[in-house]
Design a protein around this ligand. Structure first.
Ligand code: BGC
Length: 348
């Protein structure tokens, strides 16, 4: 079968190649791939900046945003033949730490977790893949191929779950939210914010095209340019990973503000900041700045509910390019108007 593989740490090593069928040891559920989504993390892996191969091997099967149809599943599993499913990305560390032992592997304490398509376990970017029944999540058949958005939606479901918990410390409710970055993560974060009834602002650098259109269709306000012109908000979900944006938004919250950082940036980017003013603002306003990564099974369920409640036409806007497996290389190129690019395994 064909698979997209890469040598982590080696720039431009990605290729489409023939590999063995998945071994039953990888899980009792056998799945026919329907699509994989491509995200910034895949870009980093392809550029050799991130990612780890499985022990004793050079190449890693890429792909952590999955969607497939079950070919076979054991009796008693929560999924059965014919179901549309998504595979969970992270696996608990072998120890396991107290969080992984509690099923909260997204909060792993020792960093020895593994991740499909990212860290030491093959991803879902092969024509067939296997998954352990407890790491397969059933997708509402109504969603169809848009089920490929479940993994990125799980990331923002986790972020909002954390924001909701933090916000309970204050005596006021959250009313306004700013999302920086109108990629798939940013737009899905904005969707969940609108579903909470918030007044939502989204900032990105582009002035026109599918991003502002998707924001407007959500009933949110779109901004490009200087983030400081937007004014103070109660919550920020930062999804650009750009240092200057991060420090600007930290200074732009109302008292009791919450800034959730979800973007990743390479180490070594230096900017000058006024540490005194920053500290003063955080202390005097009881602000919280925190990072959020990954998702556990509960977040996948929250994400599935959020996607089920979303307007399907709006979700369609998020996948700006569907590329066949034969054209996989073009899916890995970044284009200005791209929101989410997905590789369709069943069309090529
Ligand atoms: C994935 C997460 C993962 C993170 C760090 C993200 O792109 O969606 O599941 O934990 O990268 O490896």
């Amino acid at each position: 079968m064909r698979a997209i593989t890469v040598i982590p740490g080696e720039r431009d090593s990605a290729r489409l190649e023939e590999i063995e069928e998945p071994s039953p040891e990888a899980g009792a559920v056998l799945v026919q791939a329907v699509a994989i989504g491509v995200c910034g993390t895949d870009g980093e892996i392809i550029r050799g900046e991130y990612g780890w191969s499985p022990p004793g091997r050079a190449r890693l099967v890429l792909g952590h945003e999955s969607l497939g149809r079950v070919i076979e599943a054991p009796d008693g599993a929560a999924v059965s033949a014919g179901d549309l499913v998504v595979g969970i990305v992270r696996r608990p560390d072998p120890e396991p730490c107290v969080c992984c032992a509690a099923g909260e592997w997204d909060q792993c304490r020792n960093g020895r977790y593994t991740e499909r398509g990212i860290k030491e376990i093959d991803g879902y970017g092969s024509e067939r893949w296997r998954v352990e029944p407890e790491f397969a999540v059933r997708v509402d058949p109504q969603l169809g191929r848009l089920g490929v958005l479940l993994e990125p939606a799980s990331i923002v479901a986790k972020a909002w779950d954390q924001i909701d918990r933090i916000s309970r410390r204050a005596c006021t409710r959250i009313e306004t939210a700013l999302v920086t970055g109108a990629g798939a993560i940013g737009l899905l974060a904005a969707l969940l914010a609108r579903q909470r009834g918030l007044d939502v602002h989204v900032l990105d650098i582009v002035a026109a095209g599918p991003k502002p259109e998707a924001v407007a269709a959500l009933g949110a306000a779109y901004h490009h340019g200087d983030v400081r012109e937007i004014g103070d908000v109660d919550v920020v979900v930062e999804a650009t990973g750009v240092g200057s944006v991060i420090f600007d938004v930290i200074g732009q919250t109302n008292p009791g503000g919450i800034v959730c950082l979800t973007g990743m940036s390479p180490a070594g980017r230096r900017i000058e900041i006024d540490a005194g003013a920053l500290n003063r603002e955080l202390v005097l306003e009881n602000d919280v700045v925190f990072g959020s990564v990954n998702a556990n099974r509960r977040h996948y369920r929250l994400a599935a509910d959020a996607l089920a409640r979303a307007d399907r036409d709006w979700l369609e806007r998020l996948v700006t390019r569907w590329v066949s497996l034969d054209q996989w290389r073009s899916a890995l190129e970044r284009r200005d108007d791209d929101i989410k690019v997905a590789i369709a395994f069943d069309a090529g």
